[in-house]
Design a protein. Structure first.
Length: 242
């Protein structure tokens, strides 16, 4: 039995088990009280994500196979984490969050805009799902390898950010003990620099927004970090309004 995440525009994503994506979609619709359509038009993407549309109603769903990967990362030494408290510097345009939901694939445009804005190679959104921080959206060279990966909520840089609601910036991740190599080993991607900041909705920390590898030798500037924080605030406000 495999695990899938099923989402549709304007609705919360649902995690279900099924022999395949079609069975998972049927179960998700049954749980939500919807009838399973007689016909579906489907597109299967290279990363395993399925976009299914009902021709009659025009309703669409995104079905994402969740990887059976749970990384066990040891907790960091809190004294070794560097929190950067500073005033936000409004030198970059704010990333707009208008129609994105919190299901798989809904945040890709927002993350792509953010990575381009702060001149980073990659970005990712992790949200709390069933007791773990799960990569629900990602952009960059190895985005397809991150989707569905789950992290314990109290470990690693992302876990610290979630629990402390503090922005963490690593300028030399490869030589910094605060960065664990498990993710790089999983994806084959080398993390050089990273900004991670909490996503807060309804007064609760519900996830972490990350941008990775600044395109430049100087790492991320304070203005760029402030832009990431503003994007996380926008995402949190949107999630809190649902």
């Amino acid at each position: 039995m495999r695990a899938f995440s099923v989402a549709s525009p304007g609705r919360e994503s649902v995690d279900v088990d099924g022999e395949n994506w079609l069975v998972a979609l049927g179960r998700a619709l049954s749980w939500e009280g919807h009838d399973v359509p007689d016909r579906l038009v489907c597109e299967v993407l290279a990363n395993g994500r399925v976009i299914a549309r009902a021709p009659g109603s025009g309703t669409s769903w995104i079905v994402l196979p969740l990887r059976d990967v749970v990384l066990s990362i040891p907790p960091l030494d809190e004294d070794a984490i560097e929190v950067l408290p500073f005033e936000a510097i409004d030198t970059l345009d704010e990333v707009r969050v208008e129609t994105a939901g919190d299901g798989a694939g809904d945040w890709d445009d927002t993350l792509g805009q953010l990575a381009e804005q702060v001149n980073a190679e990659a970005s990712a959104l992790l949200l709390l799902r069933q007791g773990h921080l799960r990569f629900v959206a990602a952009t960059g060279p190895v985005a397809h390898r991150l989707l569905g990966v789950q992290l314990p909520p109290a470990s690693g840089v992302a876990g610290y950010v979630l629990l402390r609601r503090a922005t963490v910036v690593l300028g030399e991740a490869r030589s910094d003990a605060r960065h664990h190599q498990a993710m790089d080993e999983l994806t084959g991607y080398v993390t050089r620099s990273i900004v991670a900041t909490p996503v807060v909705a309804g007064g609760e920390a519900v996830g972490v927004l990350e941008v990775v590898n600044a395109n430049g030798s100087d790492g991320f500037s304070r203005a760029q970090v402030a832009a990431v924080e503003r994007a996380a605030l926008s995402i949190g406000a949107h999630l809190g309004s649902r």
